[in-house]
Write a protein that binds this ligand. Structure first.
Ligand code: C2E
Ligand code: CA
Ligand code: CA
Ligand code: CA
Length: 280
């Protein structure tokens, strides 16, 4: 038993070493990913639900990393960028790139299309982040009122003293703030009161399970009511079926996002979908 225990320890530390090696390798590869133009942005439509005709009112920018012939999803590398601090630079690139792209769509008949960009806590903690946003808006000519910045509850949990001031500054410039993944982690209703937030994004885990679950339905309903009472927009995430769509429509949820309407795709592929939803 002792010998096999030892053997197991050895296996375990092998695995740890492999993990550490893998991570180091990833860190190295990520260092010059930006300068080598390996990042790309996919866009997922955000749809306003209407009885007669739904239409795309915005897109969410989602980062991808082209590594060789593999397209690496953000869950695999964002945390590494956050640890090295590179997320600050990459995040600014995403913001600028997304604004440039959506501005092109503005010029092509989608005048009011909103652009949603995800923020990491590292970015908000940088002093002068509101100035960075202002500079990108000025440089690209993108209207502040069409920009949405998405932050998570965990970001607010570990906020520094400047976070509130920065969010207020952004709000004053016309930018809107969305609270992402609402209801997953350490939701505190206090956040809705304390911070200038304009949009709640109901996490997809609620939507996915709500269909057959009365209690989850009640929770979704309550969140939608809460948003209405606070005059915030509600976006339900992760809509994959017509049944989920029907439920949310019945409950008065105004905006949705999910595979049912469109997966995140490169700009060129999302354009036909945008056009198909143009007002006639
Ligand atoms: P998120 O902000 O919650 O983004 C929504 C995620 O749900 C996306 O995953 C999207 O592809 C996925 N999704 C959308 N509709 C459906 C659906 O109907 N069903 C299912 N199962 N999934 C759906 P993705 O693109 O892999 O991004 C994962 C996370 O990575 C994002 O979660 C966000 O937290 C982070 N992320 C992505 N881009 C950026 C970025 O530029 N900066 C930062 N800081 N984080 C980013
Ligand atoms: Ca998001
Ligand atoms: Ca989310
Ligand atoms: Ca998330």
């Amino acid at each position: 038993a002792k010998a096999s225990g030892k053997a197991q320890m050895a296996l375990y530390s092998d695995a740890l070493q492999r993990d550490a090696h893998h991570r180091l390798e990833m860190e190295n590869a990520l260092t010059d990913a930006l300068s080598r133009d390996q990042f790309e942005i996919h866009y997922q439509p955000i749809v306003e639900v209407a009885a007669s005709r739904s239409r795309v009112v915005g897109v969410e920018a989602l980062l991808r990393w082209r590594r060789g012939d593999r397209l690496v999803p953000p869950d695999e590398f964002i945390s590494v960028l956050e640890e090295t601090g590179a997320i600050v630079e990459v995040g600014e690139w995403v913001l600028r790139e997304a604004c440039r792209q959506v501005l092109l769509w503005h010029a092509n008949g989608h005048k009011k299309l909103r652009c949603s960009v995800n923020l990491s806590s590292r970015q908000l903690q940088e002093s002068g982040f509101a100035d960075v946003v202002a500079r990108v808006l000025a440089e690209t000519g993108f209207p502040a009122t069409s920009l949405v910045l998405e932050i998570t509850e965990s970001l607010l949990m570990q906020d520094g003293p400047e976070t509130l001031a920065t969010l207020r500054e952004l709000e004053n410039s016309g930018v809107r703030i969305a609270l992402d993944d609402f209801g997953t982690g350490f939701s505190s209703l206090g956040y809705l009161h304390r911070y200038p937030l304009h949009i709640i994004k109901v996490d997809k885990s609620f939507i996915t399970k709500a269909a057959g679950d009365e209690r989850l339905k009640a929770i979704s309903r309550a969140i939608i009511g809460l948003g209405r009472g606070l005059r915030m927009d509600i976006i339900a995430e992760g809509i994959e079926t017509p049944e989920q769509m029907e439920f949310l429509h019945t409950e008065g949820c105004q905006f949705v996002q999910g595979y049912w309407f469109g997966r995140p795709q490169p700009a060129g592929l999302i354009k036909p979908l945008l056009d198909s939803m143009l007002d006639p």
